[in-house]
Write a protein that binds this ligand. Structure first.
Ligand code: HEC
Ligand code: HEC
Ligand code: HEC
Ligand code: HEC
Ligand code: HEC
Ligand code: HEC
Length: 391
């Protein structure tokens, strides 16, 4: 006789079901016994020697940003060592820079440089801290994580979003006017289309003209070299460093060894301490060039010579570069457009009579002497001729 259905279930499935349940319970209980208990054993020791947990990193960041106090009246680390990219010039090393520098060093080293500073600048800035080795370990954990992640990109706030919104409005207005015809008041369409259309045209034209130009460009340099400190405070002549400007096309950027003429001795800066000058010394010892970021740059199809302007015409650097000696970080002050070159060539008087450089312009000199011309500009010497500036 065949067993009926419930019997079959009882005989075959129920034991299997019970087995599963008991297995599940066993595993669960054993996990309960060994898991958290084992974690707890090593908790104390691991706090100082790693491995680092996500929680350590979060607490380290809070300490660095000063959300958890780091001493009575002590400034937060982040108030000097900026965590996010900033537009303004900052003499203090960024948080990313110090994180990179200390990546291969211990939390103990970090503790020493903050709690027992040695250089004059370090004593001045790393003052009044009360940070335990445990807390410094947390700060170091965050710094190591930060060194891996890198600095967040600057948020892109441009006209682009506005442009896209207007584009959508523009398309909607056109679509309603031509296809959907939901709004019967036609003037509204026209006003919207005209308004958004004009703005977009203006933006496109503006961007197209500015393409490849970079007025007000002011990049952070690999070393915070300050023209204010060198050319103004210490009165070093521009030509001491840009020595080829008088007789060649480029003005030239000084080599590392030229910097070291002075920095063999000068190792502490008033604003930056040893941090920036250390980079220079390191580059010198490793015979590595410094990768300065170029600020002033013409497109390849335009020709420019410093010798012509500084050597021959005797122009001052500031006529084209602004008051560089007032800048901690070089900024491009003029747009370097063709119109900018030509404006000066058409308007600035050139001393053709008393400058030996122009002795070849005999006809021009005659005209000036005879009073047929009041004065000469670069236009008269050929400075508006296309071929002078374009190959
Ligand atoms: C002690 C050396 C030194 C002196 C003095 C000096 N410069 Fe410089 N200059 C540099 C270095 C290094 C750079 C590259 C780093 C930078 O852009 O800040 C530079 C960059 C520049 C740039 C930007 C170049 C580019 O397009 O990237 C200009 C312009 C300039 N200097 C003009 C001047 C003028 C004008 C003076 C005098 C008022 C002067 N410099 C004095 C060392 C010097
Ligand atoms: C003619 C001598 C001279 C030359 C050349 C020179 N420096 Fe300096 N530099 C100085 C002096 C002086 C100071 C100021 C030290 C102070 O703050 O008391 C200084 C300061 C600095 C500082 C620290 C600024 C601060 O206030 O923290 C940096 C960084 C620096 N120089 C980089 C350079 C670099 C890079 C070059 C080569 C392009 C260079 N220097 C060439 C004399 C020179
Ligand atoms: C008042 C501004 C200021 C504050 C606040 C500050 N620092 Fe600094 N820090 C500096 C300056 C400036 C230097 C470069 C000094 C030098 O090289 O002589 C520096 C250098 C450093 C360095 C690099 C040391 C080296 O070996 O070159 C580390 C690491 C550092 N700071 C960590 C910290 C930490 C961590 C905190 C918070 C507990 C902190 N700093 C708070 C200004 C500050
Ligand atoms: C008539 C305008 C003008 C004058 C005056 C002038 N410059 Fe320039 N300078 C430029 C232009 C334009 C560039 C970009 C050239 C290029 O990209 O080919 C430039 C580039 C530079 C650079 C970038 C690097 C290089 O080697 O060219 C430096 C540094 C510089 N100038 C320094 C100086 C100094 C120092 C003086 C004064 C002695 C000076 N300039 C005078 C217009 C001028
Ligand atoms: C501040 C005024 C000024 C600015 C700005 C200026 N120049 Fe000049 N330029 C002169 C003067 C003055 C002369 C000298 C006239 C001469 O020697 O023939 C000259 C001469 C020249 C010459 C030689 C012309 C010849 O007859 O051989 C060239 C090429 C030139 N400039 C290119 C440029 C370019 C390219 C720019 C823009 C990137 C520029 N200049 C910006 C003032 C200026
Ligand atoms: C005094 C120097 C100078 C003279 C003269 C000059 N140009 Fe230019 N030109 C420039 C410079 C510098 C640029 C690059 C401007 C820029 O990057 O916006 C340029 C750019 C251009 C461009 C590219 C479009 C642009 O705006 O970038 C054209 C095309 C041009 N020039 C044509 C001419 C013609 C044609 C002549 C003669 C009528 C002439 N140029 C005379 C300096 C000159």
């Amino acid at each position: 006789m065949m067993p009926n259905q419930p019997d079959l279930f009882r005989r075959a499935y129920r034991p299997a079901f019970l087995f599963c349940i008991s297995l599940f319970l066993c595993l669960h209980i054993s996990a309960f016994e060994s898991g958290p208990a084992a974690d707890h054993d090593s908790d104390e020791a691991e706090h100082v020697f790693g491995p680092v947990t996500g929680d350590d990193i979060k607490r380290g960041e809070r300490l660095f940003r000063g959300l958890v106090p780091v001493g009575p009246d002590a400034a937060s680390c982040a108030s000097c060592h900026n965590v996010n990219p900033i537009d303004t010039f900052n003499w203090n090393p960024s948080a990313y820079e110090i994180a990179r520098l200390y990546r291969d060093r211990s939390a103990g080293d970090l503790h020493a440089v903050v709690m027992e500073p040695v250089s004059p600048k370090m004593m001045e800035v790393h003052d009044a801290y009360e940070i335990s080795p445990e807390d410094m370990f947390l700060i170091k954990s965050w710094m190591d994580d930060f060194a891996e992640r890198g600095m967040d990109e600057r948020p892109v706030i441009t006209n682009l979003i506005l442009f896209l919104v207007l584009l959508v409005v523009f398309i909607a207005a056109v679509a309603d006017l031509v296809i959907f015809k939901k709004i019967s008041f036609k003037l509204l369409h026209l006003a919207v289309i005209l308004g958004t259309g004009l703005f977009m045209l203006k933006t496109i034209a503006h961007e197209a003209i500015a393409l490849g130009r970079s007025q007000y460009y002011e990049p952070d340099q690999p070393i915070k070299f300050s023209h204010r400190v060198h050319a103004h405070d210490n009165k070093t002549d521009c030509l001491y460093c840009h020595s080829i400007a008088e007789y060649s096309h480029p003005a030239g950027i000084p080599s590392v060894s030229q910097c070291m003429n002075c920095h063999v001795i000068v190792r502490d800066g008033t604003h930056s301490g040893r941090f920036e000058i250390n980079k220079l010394v390191e580059a010198y010892q490793n015979e590595m060039p410094i990768r300065w970021i170029r600020v002033y740059n013409l497109p390849d199809h335009a020709f420019f010579s410093h010798a012509q302007h500084v050597g021959a015409a005797g122009l001052d650097c500031s006529e084209c570069h602004g008051e560089v000696e007032e800048m901690d970080r070089v900024m491009q002050v003029y747009d370097l457009s063709m119109g900018w070159c030509l404006d000066c060539h058409r308007s600035r008087e050139v001393d053709v009579l008393n400058n030996e450089f122009y002795s070849v312009y005999m006809q021009l000199r005659d005209d000036l002497r005879a009073g047929r011309l009041d004065y000469a500009t670069a236009r008269e010497t050929g400075g508006t001729n296309c071929m002078k500036c374009h190959y």
